[in-house]
Design a protein around this ligand. Structure first.
Ligand code: ADP
Ligand code: MG
Length: 622
């Protein structure tokens, strides 16, 4: 292993590095820095999140750039505003002793004129998101004709986010003889295309297959019914009183919902996703960094590359559609020599996806049980005991000691301790004493979601299908969006060519049918009907039969509306299904004995969270 000095870095940089406390180069740094310092070459570097890529391109760029000139010579493109700011700050820290260095971050959502002014002052290095950069170029607010080094950081993510054209346009305006350094966690075809188009015979380096941090991250999964996801999340948080975590959801909407629910339940949580204003995102990140927020609920894009040390847990509230994303998520924890845990909450239907992830991370998931109520009480109690043990005495209390002592004159030490702890413990105990087991036994139900819901689900026919551009995921997203339902409220989505089926709990049936009485998509009425098929039907066989039925229905005329609707049997089926519609209400609120006991339970819910609660709350809505 070499030192930074041996890699050829100059004194100014070495001083900066020493200040940062970096002792030895990481693998990607060891491989990339000598190449970039000594050769004028293009480079493709593949390395996972957390491997130290910023310094791998940052050090060489800083060493090669002429700070006596005010011309923009280096351009770093990166997918999000947060990353831009992070990279710009890192570059400034690396170049702390580089006299005359001027790094400017350019990103959307902030004043373009302010940014232009900063650039004009003589930025040798610009760190930018592609969208804003292109905007600035077209307004002639930046000059990119003298760029000598361009970096595409998190290239795969930039392409995922649809920045391909912007990147292409930007790079086209830069000199042909510049060097381009592309850094990416994965190498999908699109990245290869960009590399081919803009790079000359690039050198290639790949760092391990593994995240540098993976050895320090353990991977766990928890098997629950999809509808218990949120309760499971709460228990995981309660079982880890000192949790400092990022919780990943699939969509912005779910992210917002989960965060709001957590806040309502008294946790110090915050949401981070693209629908928030820049200002809101900044505030949330600041609160998270300063630990005011213990649970940051985020989308993958918003949290990509964010570098906050000491994250204890990454919780995959939902798995992402792309399994590669998992490594980015889990890479948020287990950094800087610490260990971390990456937890996945899965329903049975998702379990097999873990196998594919295991192949990528080259590590096994361990099946863990969601702790039961008493286990959580115990953890909280011991955590409290430790906290008390470690608490520094506030001597302001001394003057009251006499009175307090008088009050407890006849109380033994044991009794006093018990009373003292009961203050906290009873709240937890009341909340959790009747809580149910959230764990689902593996293998018992042939991998189907919602085994218990068969009696309580309604199955619907809907006259859109693959032809209309839907797959099951898109249809599910569409339904839960228009119906304002949670992700787990729409299930068993089965998309056929021209029509589809899906389930909800019966309690949502009225809402579903009411919504689709006059809903038009592209000028066509979207029709939804309850099918005779029972919601809990398993296996494709019956559904396949239904497809035939559905096809027939679709062709049948005679609807009260003009379009080619199925027969108008919606009303009768709705009525006939209503009778059992309220059973799910009971089930829904049954996570714990106290959950559904209105006022008391609400108090319990907010009070028992003392270990997570902070005075500053961070609820944000658009
Ligand atoms: P990546 O871009 O690959 O995800 P970063 O460049 O953000 O990774 O680095 C991850 C973290 O590791 C940062 O906190 C960074 O300061 C730190 N780091 C980078 N290189 C080193 C090193 N050689 N020694 C110690 N810490 C480092
Ligand atoms: Mg990075």
């Amino acid at each position: 292993m070499s030192t930074f000095q041996e890699l050829g870095l100059n004194e100014d940089l070495l001083k900066g590095i020493a200040d940062l406390g970096f002792e030895t180069p990481s693998e990607v740094q060891e491989k990339a820095i000598p190449i970039l310092l000594n050769e004028e070459t293009d480079l493709v570097a593949l390395a996972q999140t957390g491997t130290g890529k910023t310094a791998a391109f940052g050090f060489p760029m800083l060493q090669k750039i002429d700070f006596s000139s005010r011309t923009t010579q280096g351009l770093i493109l990166s997918p999000t505003r947060e990353l831009c700011l992070q990279i710009a700050n890192e570059m400034k820290a690396y170049g702390k002793y580089c006299k005359g260095l001027n790094v400017v971050a350019i990103y959307g959502g902030s004043s373009i004129t302010d940014q232009a002014r900063e650039v004009k002052r003589g930025a040798q290095i610009i760190v930018a998101t592609p969208g804003r950069m292109k905007d600035m170029i077209s307004r002639r607010l930046v000059d990119i004709t003298k760029i000598q080094y361009s970096v595409l950081d998190e290239a795969d993510e930039m392409l995922n986010m649809g920045f391909k054209e912007d990147i292409t346009d930007i790079l086209s305006g830069t000199p042909d003889d510049k060097n381009t350094w592309l850094f990416s966690a994965t190498m999908p075809r699109e990245v290869a295309t960009i590399a081919k188009k803009f790079m000359n015979d690039p050198k290639e380096i790949t760092v391990g297959h593994k995240n540098e941090s993976t050895n320090s991250v353990s991977h766990e999964y928890y098997l629950v019914n999809a509808r218990d996801r949120y309760q499971a999340l709460k228990r995981l948080a309660d079982a880890n009183p000192d949790i400092f975590s990022v919780i990943f959801c699939r969509t912005k909407r779910d992210t917002q919902k989960v965060a709001e629910q957590l806040i309502e339940d008294g946790y110090s949580a915050g949401a981070l996703h693209g629908d928030l204003s820049q200002n809101q995102r900044d505030i949330v990140m600041k609160q998270f960094r300063s630990r005011q927020i213990q649970m940051l609920v985020a989308t993958d894009v918003a949290a990509r590359g964010i570098d906050v040390d000491d994250i204890t847990h990454v919780i995959n509230y939902q798995l992402s559609d792309e399994i590669e994303t998992y490594t980015h998520r889990s890479g948020r924890t287990g950094r800087a020599g610490k260990t971390g845990v990456s937890m996945v909450i899965v329903s049975k239907s998702e379990v097999r996806r873990l196998k594919s992830i295991e192949r990528i991370i080259n590590q096994k998931f361990e099946l863990k049980e969601i702790p039961n109520g008493m286990e959580i009480c115990e953890v909280q109690l011991m955590s409290l005991a430790n906290k008390i043990h470690n608490t520094e005495i506030n001597h302001e209390i001394d003057k009251y000691l006499e009175d307090i002592n008088a009050l407890f004159e006849d109380t033994s030490k044991d009794e006093l301790i018990k009373k003292f702890f009961s203050v906290e413990f009873t709240r937890f105990f009341n909340y959790y004493q009747k809580s149910k087991n959230l764990n689902v036994t593996a293998g018992a139900d042939s991998g189907r979601e919602r085994p218990q819901s068969s009696g309580n689900a309604a199955r619907y026919f809907i006259n859109v299908g693959e032809k209309d551009g839907y797959d099951w995921m898109k249809l599910k997203d569409f339904l839960k969006d228009v119906l304002d339902l949670g992700r787990d409220d729409v299930f068993k989505v089965d998309v056929k060519e021209t029509f589809s089926f899906f389930n909800t709990e019966k309690e949502h049936q009225e809402k579903v049918l009411a919504f689709f009485t006059d809903y038009k998509d592209n000028g066509r009425f979207v029709n939804v009907e309850v099918t005779e098929d029972r919601g809990g039907s398993r296996g494709g066989g019956r559904d396949r039969n239904r497809s035939g039925g559905g096809g027939r229905r679709r062709d049948g005329g005679g609807d009260r509306r003009r379009s080619d609707k199925p027969r108008g049997d919606r009303r009768s089926s709705r009525r006939s299904d209503d009778s059992s519609g309220n059973r799910s209400d009971r089930r829904r609120s049954s996570d714990s004995g106290s959950d559904n006991r209105s006022s008391r339970s609400n108090r319990d819910k907010s009070e028992f969270k003392t270990s997570h609660s902070r005075p500053t709350r961070s609820r944000r809505k658009d």
